[in-house]
Write a protein of this length. Structure first.
Length: 118
């Protein structure tokens, strides 16, 4: 099994920045892709960003392209989400996910709240 623990959420003003971290433990050899999802109240969970094992391949939701950056440090089994130029609509619970392929998510973190105030 793999355990994922997020940290770094909080309250920030619009235009500000936050960096989320996701630390993986357990059978981390099963992880190929790491990703960040988010879910706002009353909305479906959406994929925000994902990154391949090597870190070379990344993808982003249109709504965050140019503002968010995903990265990973395999030596620390940790993924990061740098969020800049935050907007009120970025307010959500952010979840870390991981899986053995580019499209499959087998492991989830407990979520961390990000609140952007105007």
């Amino acid at each position: 099994q793999v355990q994922l623990v997020e940290s770094g959420g909080g309250l920030v003003q619009a235009g500000g920045s936050l960096r989320l971290s996701c630390a993986a433990s357990g059978r981390t050899s099963r992880i190929y892709t790491m990703a960040w999802f988010r879910q706002a109240p009353g909305k479906e969970r959406e994929l925000v960003a994902r990154i391949s094992l090597s870190g070379v391949t990344t993808s982003y939701a249109d709504s965050v392209t140019g503002r968010f950056t995903i990265s990973r440090d395999n030596a620390k089994n940790t993924a990061y989400l740098q969020m800049d130029s935050l907007k009120r609509e970025d307010t959500a619970v952010y979840y870390c996910a991981a899986g053995p392929t580019w499209y499959k998510w087998e492991y989830w973190g407990q979520g961390t709240q990000v609140t952007v105030s105007s």
